[in-house]
Structures are given as C-alpha cells and as structure tokens.
Design a protein around this ligand. Structure first.
Ligand code: ASP
Length: 596
C-alpha cells in the first residue's frame, strides 16, 4: 500500500480540481478562506496547500447549508460534494479552479478557529512583529506558503546536482568547539564537565577539512550555522549554509560546480536561463572600479581614480589627501545635473554619517563647463581630465571623495549603489553573477592591523606563498566569492593543506604556537596525517531563497526566524531558566543591566 496523495481524509486537493472533474463526487478539507452568505445560498472559498476552490451550499442540502452558515474564517472543514461547472458568466479567471465549484452535500467542522490575528492574504500591511508572533497563521498567507515550497524545491535541486557529481552528505557536530569565522560563539555549558562549554559551530569549516583528510573527497551538507553577532543589516543568529568541500581539485572545479548549480536553480525554480561561465574579477580591481568587494553590475557607473588628474592641484582637500598618500576618487552620475542643491547637500550629509569629512560635487553644464564649489580652484586641464575619467558630459553630475584609499573607495562605492537606487539607475531585470577572485589574503582592520580576508585556512596565491608577509595588503589568496546583483551569495577558497604553511600563517596572524595548538591542534595534527589538496565553498541558503523568491528580507525565507534583536517572538526565546537547572550546569545568570 502506498500513502494517499492528499491524506486519507480527502480524495482531492481542493486547488487541483478542474473542469474535467465535473460530475465527480469529491471530499476536500482545508481552511475557510472567505465565506459569503447570499440569502439562501452560502459560498465558501476553501483553502489548502494546493490552492483555493469555491464551495456552494444551497437549500437543497439543508444540513450542509446550516453548517456553512455557522462557520467562520479559518475554521477547518471537511466537505463532500459534487464538482460542477460554474454557470456562464460566473467563471473566475484569476483562480486555476475558477471554471468549477463544489456543490456541498456535507460540511463537517474539523476544528473551529479564533478570529485570525492577521488577514490571510498577500501584501498585508501589519507589523512584522505581529506576523512573527503568529507565524503559524502568517505562513498560511499564499506568498509565504510559496516561499516555503520554493525553499524545498531549491534544496531538492541542490541535492540532485551534488549527488550527480558524487558529493556525500555528511553531518558534522553541533556541540563542538569554536570555529573561526570572525563572529562570537554561542556557548552551551556542559553539565557532565562542570566549568567547560561547547560552542555551536559558526560553520562546519574545520570538520569539512578533516573529512578531506579522512578521504571523503567530495562532501556537502545543508548545515545550520550559529554566529552571535550584533544583528546589523539582514542577519540571523542561526542560519543555513550549503557547505561544500572537495579534494584533488582546484578553483576551476569549484567554479564549474557552482555555475552548474546556480544555473540549474535559476532554470528549475524561475525558468530563467543564466549564462555561464560567470565573469571573474580580482578583489583589487573590484575595489578600484566599484569601491566594493561585491559590485552590483546592474549599475553601469564606475569609480574613477583622479590621482593623476590632480597630481599638481591647487584644490586644498585633494592636495592634502594625495600628499598623505591617499586618493581622490570621482563618480560620474548620468543625468545627475537634474539633482537640486538640496539633494547634493543631503548626499554630503549621508557621507558624513558614514564617517567622511565631506563630499565634493560638480555638475556639467550644457556648454561642458563644470559648476562646482571647487571649480574655481581647478585648472582647465583638470576639469577636462575629470570629465574624461568619469565619462561625464553635459547633464551629468560628479561626486568627489578624497582621503585614505580603502575608506574613500568604500564610501564612493556605497554612494554609487545608493545614488543608483535613488535615481533609478539600476537595471532591475538582470541577474548579474560574478566571481571575485583572487581575493585579498588580508584586509586592514580599523585600528591599523590586519585580519584574514577570508579565514586563516585560506591558501595564499602561488606567487605569494613565500612572501605574503612582506606586503600583506597586496597579497592575494586562492579565495573566491560568488556575487549576485551586489549581494554575496557564497564564498570559499582553496585551503592550506601543508602543515608548515598553516603554522606559519597562524603565527603571522598572531596566533602563537601554543594558542594554535590549543585552538586548532586537531586540525594541525590532521594536516600531518596525509592531507590532500582541497578547497570548497559555502552559500547562504536563506539569502539564496530570498533572492529566488524576490523577497526583501531573509526573515521571509525562514519558517521561524528571529527578530533583529535575536528573539523568537512566538515561543518567546530567549527566556529565563529555572535556577535549579542552572545550578546543575554550574551557572548563575547576572541580572540584566539597568536600562537608561
Ligand atoms: N567556512 C566558510 C564560511 O562559512 C566558507 C568556506 O570557506 O568554505 O564562510
């Protein structure tokens, strides 16, 4: 025997009924979406996962009609009836079931329901907190139900592609020790070993590398990861990654796999054919041209390095910046001359909020001259140089940033995106995939130090293996990120599989021998037991689903997400815990800090 298609209580999914079912007696069950009483006749729109179908109860079936009068929105009903074609003129083109209706012979109430806390319809205008508190009802809304279905379809495509290429699905521990992805750990105190804690994994990074040492060769996992970060932007403390690692391969294997996977996802889920291979761009080039390590290529504007144009300038701020070893960067905005003085001032304020001293700007007049508070300090050659470098002409505007290189480029890069969105310069119909590779081996920290561009297990590019320490901020790595429309979908690298090089890297990062042994001893030991060359990648599944589903926040891509402050409003977590149980764990929670 096999499982019935719609459950033993039903013969059909309501949303699957069509004209060819006319004349059949069917039993459906689901929720009352809407009820309309028209004198002697009651209409029920019944909703289940397959869709919506109209049920009619008329006086000929008095018991069914009486029940239909009594029911309310979101009650759960089981209805038996006959499928019939709707009369001429009553067909509803907007419903796949719109040509038929079910004439009820029996209406059975399976469960009553309180008044729904939110309307069950798309695009509801209710506070998200309210939706999250009643998520089980929110997920009934068709647009949310569609996201859940899409997510399941996406993971099924992922498994199909991974299995096609011989990847093994291996689970790695949740109760483990710290993994270095740069966030804080969530800790789980141990009862059996008082005074000690587990950490929840920030990623399966070390375990997947150990699986390569173990000879698994090709691994994947749809893995839950935990990062205790200040929840800026659109992040979740727990999230899902598609995590991948392979042995005896190089970057090209990873690129080919990921391109096949993403192309198949876009084709299967959206019916969109994505051209492969994806273009590639180095990290340093991306920073120079777009001021970002995840450039949105739907925006045509590029940053222009104006260092040469202003090499001998009398413009004080530019001269100062260049004299300090900094940069002058320009951004031409097509059609930007239409912006008002006030708008330019607002962009300047925007830049100041991001820590810039200011932002200079200019407008190209019809005669090709530059109108700008700085124009009187610029020579004709400089103005001509600016117009050429920023590809600007009459009707365009130009923003200027000056200062330390990394900061100034990032500022203008963010401005490029913000201005493009504000002024409708983003070509929304495109899917622009891009590889950023090679990556920077290190990135500067705010306090003038360095940190790994990726994580400390990423291999330096061949040419930097011996002397990455000499010019660390120029050194590149065998890391890669895959970007879509300015969003990082995933990232990874070819790893260091040589024990001595891994030790050297940790040492260079200030993780001394003893600390390295303490934190990563197991990995370092494994690297002495025959580690094959290996590398991999991980994707944020939630973000991927969000983009595929066209949603604005990753919370919409997760069945039971947390708020910006890490709360689950439905189950009310986190929550206080009984003192007795804490004692057993050797814990005492400090009282919350006084507010105000
Ligand atoms: N472990 C990395 C991350 O979570 C991905 C990788 O290097 O494969 O971002």
């Amino acid at each position: 025997m096999s499982i019935t298609p719609f459950g033993a209580l039903r013969t059909h999914g309501g949303g699957t009924l069509r004209r060819e079912h006319a004349g059949e007696t069917v039993t459906i069950a689901g929720w009352v979406d809407t009820r309309r009483d028209h004198g002697g006749v009651a209409f029920l729109d019944m909703r289940d996962r397959t869709g919506i179908v109209q049920v009619v109860a008329d006086p000929e079936e008095s018991e069914a009609l009486e029940a239909a009068h009594r029911v309310r929105s979101e009650w759960v009903l089981k209805i038996t009836g006959t499928v019939r074609e709707r009369p001429e003129g009553m067909v509803n083109d907007r419903l796949p079931t719109g040509e038929i209706e079910v004439a009820a012979s029996s209406v059975e109430v399976l469960a009553e329901a309180d008044t729904p806390p939110i309307p069950i319809e798309d695009g509801v205008d209710v506070a998200e907190e309210h939706r999250l508190r009643h998520r089980y009802v929110d997920l009934r809304r068709p647009e949310m139900a569609r996201v859940l279905q899409l997510r399941s379809q996406a993971t099924s495509v992922i498994r199909r592609v991974m299995e096609r290429h011989g990847f093994l699905d291996v689970e790695t521990p949740m109760l483990t020790r710290a993994t270095p992805e740069g966030a804080r750990d969530f800790l789980v105190p141990s009862r059996l070993q008082p005074g000690e804690t587990y950490a929840l994994p920030q990623s399966p990074q070390l375990f997947k590398q150990l699986l390569m040492v173990a000879g698994v060769e090709r691994y994947y996992q749809i893995a839950r990861c935990f990062r205790d970060e200040d929840l800026r932007a659109d992040r979740q403390p727990e999230f899902t990654q598609l995590d991948v690692e392979l042995s005896f391969g190089d970057e090209e294997d990873v690129f080919a796999l990921v391109e096949e996977l993403l192309a198949e996802l876009w084709s299967d889920v959206l019916g969109v054919e994505v051209p492969t291979p994806f273009p590639r761009m180095g990290y340093h080039e991306a920073m120079r041209r777009f001021g970002s390590d995840k450039p949105d290529l739907r925006i045509a504007m590029e940053l222009a390095d104006l260092g040469e144009v202003f090499a001998d300038t009398e413009v004080g701020v530019f001269k100062g910046a260049l004299g300090d070893g900094g940069v002058v960067v320009g951004l031409g905005v097509p059609g930007g001359a239409a912006m008002t003085r006030r708008e330019f001032d607002e962009w300047t304020e925007w830049a100041k909020r991001r820590g810039a001293k200011g932002l200079a700007w200019g407008v190209v007049e019809d005669d090709g001259s530059l109108r700008s508070p700085l124009a009187k300090f610029m020579s004709d050659d400089e103005i001509a140089g600016v117009l050429a470098a920023t590809a600007s002409g009459p009707g365009d505007a130009i923003f200027f940033g000056a200062g330390e290189g990394h900061f100034t480029r990032e500022l203008l890069g963010a401005l490029r995106v913000a201005v493009a969105h504000e002024r409708g310069l983003v070509d929304d119909d495109r899917w622009e995939f891009l590889w950023i590779t090679p990556m920077a081996l290190f990135e500067p920290t705010a306090d003038g130090g360095i940190k790994p561009g990726n994580h400390p297990f990423t291999a330096p590019s061949e040419e930097w293996v011996d002397d990455f320490a000499d010019r660390p901020l120029e050194a590149t790595s065998r890391g890669y990120d895959v970007i879509l429309n300015g969003t990082e979908l995933g990232g990874g690298s070819i790893r260091i599989h040589d024990h001595a090089l891994q030790l050297k890297m940790l040492e260079y990062l200030g993780i001394g021998d003893e600390e390295a042994q303490e934190r990563f001893g197991f990995l370092l030991r494994a690297l002495r037991h025959g580690a094959p060359p290996h590398g991999g990648i991980a994707f944020g599944l939630d973000r991927l689903v969000m983009l595929l589903a066209g949603r604005e926040t990753i919370r919409d891509a997760i069945a039971f997400p947390k708020t910006q402050t890490g709360s689950d409003l439905m189950v009310d977590a986190p929550a206080p815990y009984e003192a007795e149980a804490l004692k057993e764990l050797g814990l005492r929670l400090a009282p919350p800090p006084q507010k105000g």
